[in-house]
Design a protein around this ligand. Sequence first.
Ligand code: BGC
Length: 849
Amino acid sequence: MQQYETEHLNMVLGSAAECTVLLKTNGKFPISGPCKIAAYGSGMRYTVMGGTGSGEVNTRFAHTIEQGLENAGFEITTKSWLSEYDLVRKASKKEFYKELKKEARQKHENPIMYMMGKEFTERDHDLALLEKNEDVCIYVLSRNSGEGSDRKAAEGDVLLTKSEVRDITSLNKLYDKFMLVLNVGGVVDLTPVMEVSNILILSQLCSDMGRVLADILTGKQNPSGKLSTTWASYDEYSHEGTFGDFNDNEYREGIFVGYRYFDTFNKKALFPFGYGLSYTKFDIKAGEVSANGSEFTVKALVRNEGLFRGKEVVQVYVSLPEGRLSKAYQELAGFAKTKELNPSESEEVTISFDLKDLSSYDEESASYILEKGDYVIRVGNSSASTGVACIATMDDTVTIRRTKNVLGDPGFRDIEAPCNEKNRGESKAEDNKNYQNETEECKSDEYREYKGKEKNSENELDGTDIKRIRIDINSITCEDVDYASDNDAIDIDPRIKTLSDEELCFMGIGGFNPNAKGLSIIGNAATHVAGAAGETTSQLTYKGIKPLVMADGPAGLRLSLEYYEDEKGAHGVNGTGMIPESMQEIMGPVAMFIAKLFVGGNKAPKNTVFKEHAATRIPIGTAIAQSFNLELAKSFGDIVGDEMERMGVNLWLAPALNIHRSILCGRNFEYYSEDPLVSGLMAAAITRGVQKHKGCGTTIKHYAANNAETNRYCNNSHVSERAMREIYLRGFEICIRKSQPHALMTSYNLLNGIHTAEHRGLIEDILRREFGFEGIVMTDWVMTVMDSKKSIYRNSLSNEVAKAGGDLFMPGGKKDYENVLKALKEGSLKRRQLEINATRVARMCDKLA
Ligand code: BGC
């Protein structure tokens, strides 16, 4: 391993416990050191490091949890069970793929595409547990998913199998020191195992997760992550809208996504948003709250009252007043993580936020508003464990930004909240007792005392710690968006002006060889860096416009590990790293051979000198979000940026910040949260880490309302303008305003009937004019061959994308180029628009390439 690899790996290993969430503890962990351990479960040998698809990373090594624990000095006493399980798994996997292949041939005209993202689901078995011969036991449960398919609310996936429930509950009874370890990228319904005393979400972190787990078991590292998505029994989640329909999905739940739904509609979470325990206990006291117009600063004092070093996350939620618009019970406004506190040590944290970022979108007046009334500011350590720190009153409704409605009609009205007014002044701390176990009570008394105080009576509030503030509404300014400037203000790059029509069209299409036959796909769409997902055109290097190289993420840099170079470019050697196992299964050896040629599995000539791209695997998006640590997120970005610089990649096709709308979305592991603030801040922090490196930028994706994988190329999301702006676009807005990523990727899906990639309202009006995005806009890797005959909507087209202000059609092929040229010649696409798009691309090439 080279020095940078060791440094990067050590950084990930040393901080990964921050991304893990301790859901339950009975105080029996940590243990004093490595010892004999009984270890069961699929995750021991079939450890999932991250999901499948473009989010994969081809690392130099990947240790299972079993290997990692052994390397850390543990003696695993259940090897015979694990070996028995190997046989069970082999047989059930065979069975699984047999059934799946049959299904694929019956259900889809393109069975290979049908297999994409279909991951093995656990099956029942009757392996007996071994006799108890040690004090410590773990059960590692794993789940996998990936792009192309959604998860199922079925046993072996979101639900536990009967065997899993049987074994986990038995082991919990048998061992005092038993921990259920979840090697998962998304939610599993833990209802049948809630009696288990110690539960850890290890998540999917890196290529040596056993090491991290060893550190956690022995207390070298203390988990300090919090849930970025609500964990509940499957039935409790909102089923107001639709999910998984082949053509149309209706987001009827509107803004009530995740905890906004649970809190407002009184649904019970097993573990609420923002929740997570520690080996130690913390006391949080809300301190001073001050306001300057709509900008608030909240201070809180955190004291480590337990016996272990640890970090705590202080969270501030705001309940907005019910007014003309229906509101969620509360919204996360800000958070801060302490440094590692020693026992008895304290730290004062400061959380600043602007109420403007919580404003509601009023479709009637096409503006963002803050309605008059009381804003209840809550401080605590989870969405269900807060106390009221301040009530800020707004005497009149103020308009924050005047815009225009551009997103179309979803065809229904969003659901509304039941009246929550009577609960609004209450502390949520009481609810917390459902989640905390006795030794872990970490609420300050003041919070609990406030339960039940009426918010409207000023007198009653006197004598409590709750501060009252009157917001100075005159100091809150309103912004009018200037849509008019549109395209006319752009100075066309002089080089672009001189291009022929043909050359201009090359600029808008990802690099392809005009003389080559066949498709441009990942692995062969880029010639400069092996395994890169694509690049911009090389046709205009004579004008000084060099190509930009793009490679995937978000769990690290996705490139071919081993490669060689010749006069035609860089070629990856092991093509299998680019094709998910489920697709390899149905392709068979001959098709695989051909596919490998496409994705970079070329046979190298004799005496070839092979080179390596050794990329580091960083935690999956959801795990990074769970850290609630923006500095840490930035350092993960820094690792990626450093490797991009070394390996010659200009744009990282990450971070991905779609909202966890449903726990069934197959790509949730890549995404951060059900909350737009967490998503936006995390993406901004990672962007800062990447973009501090010369020639490197992020590509935030998938813009927008891309929350499911079923028929993903042509699925139509029906979403109201309000829900789009408050939930699905807000994270993008936050990220852009805070970190100005160099690129953005539109999504495959349609929004209210229009492909997002062809949506001028989304791209020009909202992204560029309202959010002030200065980077380039590219499509997701749209391949016309991928559409299904059962789709009622067509795939997006390169000429329509260009017309809407989309700069790059990726990965780009001859047909895409011809479409643009044809539209240009026919006059349905103006040369001026192409020049504008090309100017943006050329400037980014100058900046990064
Ligand atoms: C994914 C994108 C990815 C692209 C390039 C697509 O299938 O949706 O997230 O960046 O491929 O690999």
